[in-house]
Design a binder for this molecule. Structure first.
Ligand code: AMP
Length: 216
């Protein structure tokens, strides 16, 4: 089973795709995480991507398509994958279709997490993660049970994404509106697009996703 998560930044794609990964034994592929790893390694890809990411802009299609192509060709993806943050342009959606059909594969489900734009900036600027185990938190909706201490591993160190600053978030939302939202009709036409209300409590969103997956 191959799944795509679509939705604006801060919609909960990362959280929900990690849950699906555990439950269905699929591999989560986050192009944002892959790029952040390239930036941290100081690779050529990382160098090309960093200034665009810091400015809240999308990185060029050619770069991201090549990176994704080599990732989904790896053996662990044979049992199925979840794309989180890809495709983000019509060019990427088209390239994905072509690379999958060349291998007799397809996308089975496209889950669109729908969240009103006016609540996204607050959601994103409040989020942070444990530096040690990666557990995710939000200042408003999901603070650690004990202030300053990770619920999962007890660490006292947390980090925020450089591009979660308010100024950058405005730009990321603009890129979403102009370049990513237009791919929704592309997947609507396939009959495999499912709209999920991403403004409900996280557990309810998970349950709604599970209901779609159960019918597959
Ligand atoms: P994310 O973690 O998915 O929010 O992605 C963080 C940043 O990485 C984005 O703001 C873009 O600069 C870049 N990025 C991630 N995925 C893509 C993609 N599919 N196409 C273009 N840029 C991407």
């Amino acid at each position: 089973m191959n799944v795509i998560f679509l939705g604006p930044p801060g919609a909960g794609k990362g959280t929900q795709s990690k849950r699906l990964e555990e439950q269905y034994g699929l591999v989560q592929i986050s192009t944002g995480d892959m790029l952040r790893a390239e930036v941290a390694r100081g690779s050529d890809i990382g160098k090309q991507a960093k200034s665009l990411m810091d400015a809240g802009k999308l990185v060029p299609d050619e770069l991201i398509i090549a990176m994704l192509h080599s990732r989904i060709g790896q053996p662990d993806c044979a049992k199925g994958f979840i794309l989180d943050g890809f495709p983000r342009t019509l060019g990427q959606a088209d390239a994905l279709d072509k690379m999958l059909s060349a291998e007799n594969k397809k996308i089975d489900v496209v889950l669109f997490l729908d969240v009103d734009e006016d609540i996204l900036a607050d959601r994103i600027s409040g989020r942070f993660t444990c530096s040690k185990c990666g557990a995710t938190y939000n200042e408003v909706s999901k603070p650690p049970k004990k202030e300053g201490e990770c619920d999962v591993c007890g660490s006292h160190e947390f980090k925020r994404r450089a591009d979660d600053k308010r100024e950058t978030v405005v730009e990321r939302l603009k890129e979403y509106r102009n370049l990513t939202a237009p791919i929704l009709p592309f997947y609507e036409k396939t009959g495999r697009l499912y709209k999920i209300n991403g403004m409900l409590p996280t557990a309810q969103v998970t349950a709604d996703i599970e209901a779609v997956m159960a019918g597959k």
